[in-house]
Ligand binder design. Structure first.
Ligand code: ACO
Length: 320
């Protein structure tokens, strides 16, 4: 038995922030952002919280799957930016969607978070411990950005995506997961400040720090290898795949991965132009957009791939 995606859902905050909007508050331009990243606009959570967007995405995914919250047995949220340190975002979702039976917890694997959630849920379902799961990737990255650092804050957006999974005879075919903790410093964000009066601490900003060029090198080197690994495990080649649904970090990363795999860029759908980079939420939001547009046909072979902070990466090959 394996794991099948039965339904998808997503939620973006109301407020649209264009590149021109950013150019009014910092020294940047639409031309710089578009040509280097492919991003035109992103969404900013003003009123919406991470858990609110998760619940909206979850309810839409449940509706798409024809299931209710009460039926769900497991909830996993990939996020760096939950509303609280505790309770977890997954526990907030459990309460709000009435999933009384569900075990719920978060995972922190940055931009790979949705893939890690899928991998964990798959292990539970394959083992027969649970029959179904709700997995999400969700971020309110705008609250951990350094808005005085134009080289990072223009790249990111807020939002949530969800998928309902079921134990089934077809679905997931192969995974490739990995981490390189020794390179963690190239994309990092410090935790909460300590106000313990018995310990003296220098006060440092607790915002995202990124060495963009090192992240770029990591992504274009690692992601094609990870995708080739899931293809090889399933005895397929890139030509057998209908869609490559990648983490939406930067258009140039997608183009480079397509080139290295020898695949047309048309097989790499894009949401970063209107969403920016939403870390763990990128892959499920894009998957939901494709699902809503009717781009996914039963039997299609699809690769999902996430990569980013940790450093971490994860790819899956599945039959829709
Ligand atoms: N607007 C205008 N100018 C800017 C901006 C901006 N928003 N940001 C940086 N610049 C300037 C810099 O100050 C620098 O100016 P200088 O030459 O006078 O010093 C110049 O542009 C070039 O800066 P670089 O950082 O070298 O720009 P680069 O061409 O490397 O592009 C980018 C930066 C887009 C981040 C690139 O490194 C990249 O694509 N990295 C991939 C990483 C990525 O996509 N990360 C996303 C998050 S990680 C993840 O999701 C996996």
């Amino acid at each position: 038995m394996t794991t099948r995606i039965m339904g998808t859902g997503s939620c973006l905050p109301q407020t649209v922030v264009t590149n021109d909007d950013l150019a009014k508050i910092m020294d940047t331009s639409d031309e710089w952002i578009r040509t280097r990243t492919g991003i035109r606009e992103r969404r900013l959570a003003k009123e919406e919280t991470t858990s609110f967007m998760c619940c909206e995405a979850a309810l839409r995914a449940l509706e798409d799957a024809g299931m209710s919250g009460e039926e769900i047995e497991l909830i996993i949220v990939g996020t760096l930016t939950g509303d609280y340190v505790t309770p977890s975002t997954a526990c907030e979702v459990q309460a709000k969607i009435g999933a009384k039976r569900a075990v719920a917890f978060d995972v922190n694997a940055a931009c790979s978070g949705f893939l890690f959630a899928l991998h964990i849920a798959h292990a539970y379902l394959q083992a027969g411990i649970y029959q179904n799961a709700l997995i999400l990737g969700a971020e309110t990255l705008s609250k951990i950005m350094d808005w005085s650092d134009r080289s990072t804050c223009v790249l990111f957006g807020d939002g949530a995506g969800a998928a309902v999974l079921k134990r089934d005879e077809r679905g997931v075919l192969s995974f490739d997961m990995g981490c390189d903790g020794a390179k963690g410093h190239v994309l990092s964000c410090k935790g909460r400040p300590n106000n313990n009066p018995l310990v003296s601490h220098p006060t440092e900003p607790e915002f995202v720090h990124m060495d963009g060029q090192e992240v770029y090198k990591f992504a274009v080197g690692r992601v094609p290898k990870s995708i080739q690994s899931v293809l090889a495990q399933s005895g397929m080649d890139a030509g057998d795949i209908s869609w490559f649904v990648l983490h939406q970090a930067n258009i140039r990363i997608l183009q480079s991965v397509a080139k290295r795999l020898g695949v047309s860029e048309e097989k790499f759908p894009i949401s970063l132009d209107h969403c920016g980079n939403i870390s763990a939420a990128s892959v499920p939001i894009l998957l939901d957009e494709m699902n809503q547009k009717g781009m996914l046909k039963r039997g299609d072979k699809i690769v999902l791939s996430g990569f980013g902070g940790g450093l971490s990466w994860g790819s899956v090959l599945l039959e829709w």
